[in-house]
Design a protein around this ligand. Structure first.
Ligand SMILES: Cc1cc2nc3c(=O)[nH]c(=O)nc-3n(C[C@H](O)[C@H](O)[C@H](O)COP(=O)(O)O)c2cc1C
Length: 196
């Protein structure tokens, strides 16, 4: 009896696998549209973003997947003019944004990976969620890797155990903001994808 049950369970599993192989997936047009329409905003209006909106963007980061759900991210939200002036000295890529997220990871919570950790990868995934949520709310942003880490650290008094990974200046795009020529230039899937 037990054997029969095991065989039946195995058959059901195989049928399930087969079905999921062949299932056609309904595209979520809303998500793909948000992902496609998002672009790096490099000209912002000075209009501040409401705290409710900032909270939704932070929530999207909070639910992002991280290695072993370790959530090693630490996000500094820079809103004051005084601190934004310091970030402007740390990077030429603030583009007049009224606010900026400084997305970091902490040694304390990052999961080990060989000699290093998953911290940078996790922080980047968190930032990606935030960028896309921002876009869905009509908030522009630009991922910025070009910054002077020392200046960012001293501007925000970031301890040595916390590592800035990327900056995300954000706000409302100014009326003259346009996607760069690079925005919609995609390598063909045949170049970037291989089925094995
Ligand atoms: C890891 C990373 C670092 C980046 N650093 C910068 C940067 O320092 N300054 C900048 O203006 N854009 C930066 N970008 C934005 C890219 O240039 C941009 O995403 C790319 O050209 C595609 O354009 P799009 O975002 O408008 O689609 C960065 C993007 C990524 C993913």
């Amino acid at each position: 009896m037990k054997r029969l049950f095991t065989i039946a369970a195995a058959l059901l599993f195989l049928v399930g696998c087969k079905q999921s192989d062949n299932q056609s997936v309904d595209m979520n047009p809303d998500f793909l549209k948000i992902a496609t329409d998002r672009y790096s905003v490099r000209s912002f209006s000075s209009t501040p973003v409401a705290q409710d909106t900032i909270d939704l963007i932070l929530r999207a980061g909070q639910v992002a997947p991280t290695a072993v759900n370790s959530q090693p991210q630490k996000i500094y939200v820079v809103k004051s003019e005084e601190k934004m002036a310091l970030l402007n000295e740390a990077s030429p890529c603030m583009y007049g944004a009224p606010h900026c997220f400084v997305v970091c990871y902490t040694d304390a919570n990052a999961v080990k990976r060989g000699e290093g950790t998953y911290g940078e990868i996790d922080a980047t995934i968190v930032l990606t969620h935030m960028t896309l949520e921002a876009a869905s709310l009509g908030i522009g942003s630009c991922i910025v890797g070009y910054f002077d880490e020392g200046k960012v650290r001293s501007a925000l008094r970031i301890p040595d155990s916390v590592h800035p990974v990327l900056l995300l200046p954000f706000g409302y795009a100014s009326p003259d903001a346009l996607p760069s020529d690079r925005h919609a230039s995609y390598r063909d899937l045949t170049e970037t994808v291989e089925y094995r």
